[in-house]
Design a protein around this ligand. Sequence first.
Ligand code: SF4
Length: 482
Amino acid sequence: MNERPEIKEHCGCFGIFGHPHAAELAYLGLFALQHRGQEAAGIVTSDGSKTSRHVGLGLVADVFADPKHLQGLKGHIAIGHNRYSTTGSNLITNAQPLAINYHGGPLAIAHNGNLTNSMPLRRRLESDGSIFQSTTDSEVILHLIARSRQIGLVNQIREALTQVEGAFSLVFLARDRIIAARDPHGFRPLCVGMKDKAPVVASESCALDLIEAEYVRDVEPGEILEIDESGLHSSFLPPAARTTQCIFEFIYFSRPDSRIFGEYVDKTRRKIGKALAREKPVPSADLVISVPDSSNSAALGYSQAAGLRFDFGLIRNHYIGRTFIHPTPAMRDFNVRIKFNTVGGVLRGKRVVVVDDSIVRGTTLKKLTRMIRTAGAAEVHVRIASPPVRYPCFYGMDFGRREDLIAAFRTVEEIRDFLDVDSLEYLSVESLLEAAPKGRCGFCTCCFTGDFPTRVSEAYEKFLYESDSRMLELDFMKNTTE
Ligand code: SF4
């Protein structure tokens, strides 16, 4: 195998069964989920006998820019996928939904999450003769299904999913049904809705809102939900020792207008902001600003709890996308300025609380705080609406290499010094969990604590506990699979 195995990051999944405009609704659903992945998009449909597929690199609007692509997707059943990946090649062969024809018929898969044992499984499958077409971990699931000796697709999927570890929210399409599934830990969100009596599944409820579908419930951790002509049928994978939904979905990744893990993201972010104000106040401050857009709700919560004015001190340019490149070192200096500008009239002479959702590398925030000072702020106090990110995530969030995480090997005071701000404080893990919704399911906090809820493969462990770079680690995995 020549391709470097990829670490897949966040993605968006969508599925709809039994609607005459299935492809169009999937297309709209993917628009709502665009923030979960901008590198590739695709839709697979079925009319009950024949399946059709179109995938491409780029944004949903680019992939389906030619109307004939959507018109060619016939049928009343559809699934769709937005892909996000910053590591490895952005290959068309990795664009999802992946589709195969196996002894059970056509089968397509859309996957959000990251499997932590995909490399040993892939090595085993390849040594048994499997030929992989992509470098995604998702393809392992298709091979395991195709090799299952179980009778019936749901049983084959169940057998495959009991062999994989890590994070998966999945939507499958077969000729006459869709099947949604969530890993027993429940890392990534997936919800169920109803559109004109047609069941819908989506990574976030904002996709249901866009197509005017009614939110019904979450797909439960460990649930396999089969949707066909006879209705919705649930069965379950063996339970995990504990459920660990990704709390970072609330902190940063999901849209504030979405409902995930049974709760509104905006509401939770405001509670997190309030908790931060109570735990880490700035008594001398004049006003609170956010680093838009992901910190807006937390900053509003902070200002309400602190009794401080909220204002717009930073403005974000929404038209940059992910395609901005830095052709010369001189242009690299403008990479933050091209995304953000300060509002001088708001900041001049003020003692400012800057609320940000998290710090990963710290380089963007350092440039932002310098810009805020240059705009005339008298004092800059940074408050972070999450604990320090000290460990990489193996379940689908791209934090890069551990040595890139500014909090991995530095104290809060050293980070404050690096940022060159008057004060810096983070929310504690305890207060974050206190602000998170209370339900039957718990949350993963292991990028803060290192308390990983699943076994990770030896390559990941080496990556985790040694200071080797991520690329070296990927080279290690590459060497073992060639
Ligand atoms: S490690 Fe962090 S980002 Fe990854 S699943 Fe856990 S809480 Fe989410």
